[in-house]
Design a binder for this molecule. Structure first.
Ligand code: SAH
Ligand code: SF4
Length: 438
């Protein structure tokens, strides 16, 4: 039996898909290279914006075409759309057999078996209590792992940002016991991981009794084989001095942070229920730069939140310039069902949203190009991930998370994958750097 998983959405979903694959492999499945050869097809869906919801629904329908050739194929909708729509998924996409929410993946092998045996359909949704076993821990693989791995430290979200559907599809915040996190981290590095990215919706709100997120970072930094530590997504409200002080002080903690700001207008931030001000965000950015001058900051921006005026939007542009982001994901506000903002009129015209988005792109492009230009002539440490853009090159990322394609000196691509290699940057391209092994 073969499994194929199609993933949409954030890094947490990417990691969840790895967990789904591991659970199914442990239950006897093999991984298929394409939908055409799979017996179980999973769409691991995202619903954070309306567009993502549509993509997931249409992909489930598209994968369902495989059933025309082989009736026994099962189509599964997993993830946030599964939790949002529950049994309604069957009305939206009749070819779907199974619906499984983000906290129920452990049950997937039994669900598949049940439907194979008895026919019909199955759905599991709802949240667990966050007991130690409810976090799907990675098991020993006995094989060499990719150099970079994800590690869940908390799940769910108890913020109530007015526009956001995440709390209703991922449940309340639950922190994982630190012994389990450290145990999994030790396993991952022993199998070859050199970079770990700690995951959680408000990852820096992590707390296990007296153990704060800052303490957790310090504990992780003690892992001798670990070379790089990252985390995503932090919330500005939980950027305590203790966490800020870790940057520039911990050996493994990389000089880069993705810290979503959403807006630079205090009025909009207040209505979004973000519970910080633009000034707080600026202070956090300054604090980070005090301890770690060269830190690369990236962010998320929403344009066109209900009631956003031109003046509000200019505050956002001003903040982007002042902080000097090296990159950003920016989105047009889209109404999500059941969120507090859904009661508001989506009153910023589509064209204005599009113009604001284009303006944010323009400013971010300029800032990120100048961040890349600063690297020309520098020698940077690259964690090699694979073959590069052009023949003879390898690709990887720097500690600041910039992509570098470079020509190795003597070693082959295969020898370099997973290694930390120094490269001299010669050129900055629109989304990457180029150079040669130093
Ligand atoms: N937990 C993270 C983000 C999760 S969602 C955090 O709080 O930062 C990822 C991004 O999607 C958000 O940062 C936001 O920029 C965007 N987003 C969420 N809901 C949205 C909506 N209704 N419309 C447009 N963008 C949205
Ligand atoms: Fe959504 Fe806000 Fe939670 Fe992020 S912190 S997942 S934006 S509710």
């Amino acid at each position: 039996m073969k499994l194929f998983v199609r993933t949409f959405g954030c890094q947490m979903n990417v990691h969840d898909s790895e967990r789904i694959e591991e659970i199914m492999v442990r239950a006897g499945y093999e991984l298929a290279l394409s939908p055409a050869e799979a017996d179980v097809l999973v769409v691991n869906s995202c619903t954070v914006r309306e567009k993502a919801w549509h993509k997931a629904i249409s992909e489930a329908g598209r994968l369902g075409i495989q059933k025309r050739r082989r009736k026994e194929v099962l189509v599964v909708v997993a993830g946030c759309v599964a939790e949002q729509e529950k049994e309604r998924v069957w009305k939206l996409v009749p070819v779907v057999d199974l619906v499984v929410g983000p906290d129920r993946y452990k049950e997937l092998p039994a669900m598949v078996e049940e439907v194979r045996r008895e026919g019909g359909r199955a759905a599991r949704h709802g949240f667990d209590a966050g007991q130690p076993g409810d976090f799907l821990s990675t098991h020993a693989s006995g094989k060499r792992r990719a150099a970079s791995a994800f590690l869940t430290v908390m799940k769910g979200c108890s913020e109530q940002c007015s526009y956001c559907i995440v709390p209703s599809v991922r449940g309340p915040r639950r922190s994982r016991p630190s012994v389990d996190i450290l145990g999994e981290a030790a396993l991952l590095v022993s199998e070859g991981a050199r970079e770990l990215t700690l995951l959680g919706q408000t990852v820096n709100s992590y707390r296990d009794g007296e153990l704060t997120f800052g303490r957790l970072l310090r504990e992780m930094d003690q892992l001798t084989l670990l070379q790089r530590l990252r985390f995503t997504s932090p919330h500005p409200r939980f950027m305590t001095q203790e966490v800020i002080d870790c940057f520039g002080a911990l050996r493994t903690l990389c000089e880069s942070l993705h810290l979503p700001v959403q807006s630079g207008s205090d009025a909009v931030l207040a209505r979004m229920k973000r519970r910080y001000t633009a000034e707080h965000y600026r202070q956090v950015a300054q604090g980070l730069r005090r301890g770690c001058e060269d830190i690369s900051l990236t962010t998320d921006i929403i344009v066109g939140y209900p009631g956003e005026t031109d003046a509000d939007f200019h505050e956002t542009l001003r903040l982007i310039e002042e902080v000097g982001f090296a990159g950003a994901f920016s989105f047009k506000y889209s109404t999500r069902p059941g969120t507090p903002a859904a009661a508001l009129e989506d009153d910023v015209p589509e064209q204005v949203k599009a113009e604001r988005l284009a303006k944010v792109h323009e400013v971010i492009e300029r800032l990120s190009a100048s961040a890349r230009a600063l690297e020309i002539g520098r020698t940077v440490e690259v964690l090699v991930e694979g073959k590069g853009r052009n023949a003879g090159q390898v690709t990887g990322r720097t500690r600041k998370n910039q992509i570098v394609n470079f020509v190795p000196k003597q070693r082959t691509v295969e020898e370099l994958i997973g290694q930390l290699v120094w490269a001299k940057v010669r050129q900055a391209l629109p989304h990457s750097l180029e150079g040669e092994e130093a």
